[in-house]
Design a binder for this molecule. Structure first.
Ligand code: ZN
Length: 264
């Protein structure tokens, strides 16, 4: 959508969103994050052999991925669908969103009047998100049992000490709270592929499918989450999809949501 840069800077976000909705309007796609009907979703991701070879869900090239209005990906739409169907979008007192996705952030922000903390190890990467804070996911600078709801999607596969990160997310989650912790996951590997010494980007791409990933999780990911105390509910995305318009969200029906809770 060609709007000169000078105007883009001064047009309020709500007006920009409304203009994009009109420009991209169509009946082929539905974005449940920004509630738009669209002509298309943009492709995103990079194809690598290992992604297909290991059947890695949540990695690689997706032809119908990015919403041109809110920039949400299919991953954000599937997560939003889960939240919508389980009435989990509500007025929490405290929410932690690690490595926040801009589409989800804008949708959730409207509903959270309590504390909504958005953080990342490198907060400067998030120009479109207000009040980003620095969060080291292995050492989260908040008290025990602090957050009622935590989102941390596609982060743990970047973290060498992933168990330390899981323990700290568990620590700051309130008793009775919910954390959704998505990662790319192989449906074919019998155990998580990782190891030391993969300093070379080429090696990491060929083994893990992305230059900044340090592992490919297998379904034993669930055991890691349980080992730090989480109760884990695996929710297949295809169980959320109704006949009718849900197909227009272009979700990956093989995806599984890892919904974690803490009961003590
Ligand atoms: Zn959207």
């Amino acid at each position: 959508m060609l709007i000169p840069m000078t105007f883009r800077r001064i047009i309020p976000l709500s007006v920009k969103t409304a203009l994009k909705r009109i420009y991209y309007f169509g009946n082929s796609c539905i974005c449940n994050v920004c509630h738009s009907r669209l002509r298309y979703f943009r492709p995103a991701g990079l194809a690598h052999e290992v992604i297909d070879e290991l059947m890695i869900i949540g990695g690689g090239l997706y032809e119908h991925d990015i919403c041109p209005v809110c920039l949400s990906s299919y991953r954000q739409r599937s997560l939003m669908l889960y939240l919508q169907k389980n009435k989990l979008i509500r007025n929490y007192a405290s929410v932690l969103h690690i490595a926040p996705e801009v589409g989800l952030y804008r949708a959730l922000k409207k509903n959270i009047s309590g504390q909504y903390v958005c953080g990342d190890f490198d907060p400067q990467l998030y120009a479109e998100i207000d009040s980003m804070v620095k969060i080291d996911v292995t050492k989260i600078a908040f008290p025990d049992n602090y957050f009622e709801f935590i989102l941390c999607n596609h982060v743990l596969e970047h973290i060498p000490a992933d168990l330390t990160a899981m323990k700290d997310i568990y620590r700051v989650l309130a008793i009775g709270g919910t954390a959704i912790l998505q990662v790319p996951i192989s449906l074919l590997l019998s155990e998580t592929r990782e190891g030391n010494g993969f300093e070379n980007e080429e090696q990491r791409i060929s083994l893990f499918g992305q230059k900044d990933h340090v592992r490919v999780y297998a379904m034993d990911y669930v055991n890691r989450l349980k080992s730090v105390g989480f109760l884990v509910s695996m929710v297949p995305v295809n169980s959320l999809i109704d006949s009718g318009n849900d197909g227009k969200m272009h979700l990956d029906e093989r995806e599984i949501l890892f919904v974690c809770s803490k009961n003590q």
